[in-house]
Write a protein that binds this ligand. Structure first.
Ligand code: NAD
Length: 485
């Protein structure tokens, strides 16, 4: 059976590594019909500010699978990376990064048996890229975590555990500090875990995960985490097992999967035939598994491992790490060696955590969206963010006046810490205030019209930048307290 795959050669060293990867795949005998498509620098320069032409998007929508080289974002052309655009365009919400010790690639952890996956949420969190200047000198970014987004990535992680015969899924969050956003991710994890009684669920705080990854990385099996934390720990994971030259990745959505090396276009090496193609070749191992070509995937992984283990051919980056630049082979020479070694198995089999799955239950069907509107909402007040130079006391008194008969100013905070009516004299205020108003009557409710009247009164005294309602939703507060409240 022939597979249809979109091939995006990409920028810089992209054409060399995609050509190498294509040669290795074709040498296994797997039949792939490639649809070549463009994206990245040339597209930006031609005036398309997304870096992704419609024909390329159409090709991926048709094939459902893309293998891509790195895409550069030329300075001065468009603000958004074409890589991120592609991931978002096809809602590839799961970023998968294996971290596995490779024979012949020396690391500080030789022999420890590192073999885990980082599953990173790929769409939400600070990467939604929703940012504002709330005053001239105050920048704000929204950290967006949704139940739906969390369910999708957490389900992906549990299903991956079953497919790969893994025992444990570790959910890594910062829920101790970000109780609502990171806390939602943790709660969804804890709600879903009982659906997978064959997998051990574990929750760890992300900073502890970073510490544990350096101290004892072999303890991990699958780590699932939010976008920014995942970005950082997946690079940390790559560093544990040989660095960028070997870091493979896949981006999975419900309909589309995009496979790419983690590294960028390394422009200084473009066209020189010296770059290490292993990261993209190992990404193609993930792609072949996705296409149901497990045998060819294993063959390629084994051939890469044999080549590195026997040291017959190494690229410049590896030779440099070993302090022997003279030994370096070209990209094409290294690729030839891998092809020669297809069908051989490496002598060193690092212990792997994967066990054959006893019986893999069928993946969950697509799940239903829960209604977003809570059944019981009570509007108890509003946070108004204002700008005004000066000390908290005069600003607070002006706002006490503005509160009028309907509201009272409960507190003001500067950068999250209460500064009015009382606060610590050490807090450095920056002329940007979160002003929390609640109903004047103890425990009372307010309405939109009252909030609009309050905004007008506040606006007469100072500039306000944005407004956030304070609501109790189905009995739970939809806001956090200020530090010191
Ligand atoms: P880079 O990954 O291209 O390079 C970082 C360093 O690693 C350089 O010293 C480079 O020479 C080296 N390196 C990278 N890949 C290597 C390999 N396979 N073998 C040996 N050495 C390798 O990162 P950068 O310089 O920050 O970015 C260059 C361009 O790539 C930028 O335009 C950036 O936006 C883009 N980029 C794209 C992707 C992607 O397509 N997913 C990812 C990162 C960066």
């Amino acid at each position: 059976m022939s597979h249809l795959v979109t091939l995006i050669p990409g920028d810089g060293v992209g054409p060399e590594i995609t050509a190498a990867t294509r040669r290795v795949i074709e040498a296994t005998g797997v039949s792939i019909e490639w649809e070549e498509a463009i994206a990245g620098e040339a597209v930006f320069r031609a005036g398309n500010s997304s870096g992704v032409p419609q024909e390329t998007a159409d090709s991926i929508a048709r094939t459902g699978v893309a293998l891509k080289g790195p895409l550069g974002t030329p300075i001065g052309f468009g603000e958004k990376s074409a890589n991120v655009t592609l991931r978002k365009l096809f809602e590839t919400y799961a970023n998968l990064r294996p971290a596995r010790q490779i024979p012949g690639v020396p690391t500080r952890y030789d022999g420890e048996g590192i073999d885990f996956f980082v599953v990173r949420e790929n769409i939400e969190d600070l990467y939604a890229g929703v940012e504002y200047m709330d005053s001239r000198d105050v920048a704000v970014a929204l950290k967006i975590i949704t139940r739906r987004g969390s369910e999708k990535i957490i389900r992906y992680a549990f299903e991956l555990a079953r497919r790969e015969g893994r025992q444990k899924v570790t959910c890594a969050t910062k829920s101790n500090i970000l109780k609502l956003s990171e806390g939602l991710f943790q709660r969804v994890f804890e709600e879903m875990a009982p659906e997978y009684p064959d997998i051990e669920p574990q929750h760890l705080i992300i900073d502890n995960v970073a510490h544990q990854m350096v101290k004892d990385p072999a303890q991990f099996d699958i780590i699932v985490t939010t976008n920014l934390a995942g970005d950082i720990i997946s690079d940390l994971a790559s560093g544990l097992v040989g660095g960028l030259g070997f870091a493979a990745s896949g981006n999975f959505g419900d309909e589309v999967a995009i496979f790419e090396a983690v590294h960028g276009s390394a422009p200084k090496y473009a066209g020189k035939d010296v770059i290490n193609p292993a990261a993209l070749i190992l990404s193609s191992v993930l792609m072949l598994k996705h296409l149901g070509e497990a045998e060819a995937a294993q063959q390629i992984e084994d051939a890469v491992y044999v080549t590195l283990e026997e040291g017959q051919a190494v690229t410049l980056d590896v030779a440099r790490q070993a302090g022997d630049v003279e030994r370096a082979t070209s990209t094409s020479g290294f690729t030839d060696a891998i092809i020669e070694n297809l069908g051989r198995a490496p002598a060193t089999r690092y212990p792997t955590k994967a066990r054959p799955p006893a019986s893999v239950p069928a993946p969950q069907a697509r799940w239903e969206l829960r209604p977003v509107i809570p059944t019981d909402t009570r509007l108890i007040g509003v946070d108004i963010y204002t700008e005004m130079d000066g000390d908290p006391q005069p600003v607070g008194r002006a706002l006490d006046e503005a509160a009028g008969p309907e509201f009272k100013l409960l507190l003001m905070s500067a950068r999250g810490t209460v500064v009015y009516p009382q606060g610590s004299s050490y807090t450095d205020t920056v002329g940007w205030w979160r002003c929390r108003f609640v109903a004047a009557e103890e425990g009372g409710l307010v309405d939109d019209a009252a909030i609009l009247r309050l905004l007008a009164r506040v606006g007469e005294r100072m500039t306000w930048a944005h407004v956030q309602k304070l609501r109790i939703m189905d009995g739970d507060p939809g806001f956090t307290k200020a530090q010191g409240q």
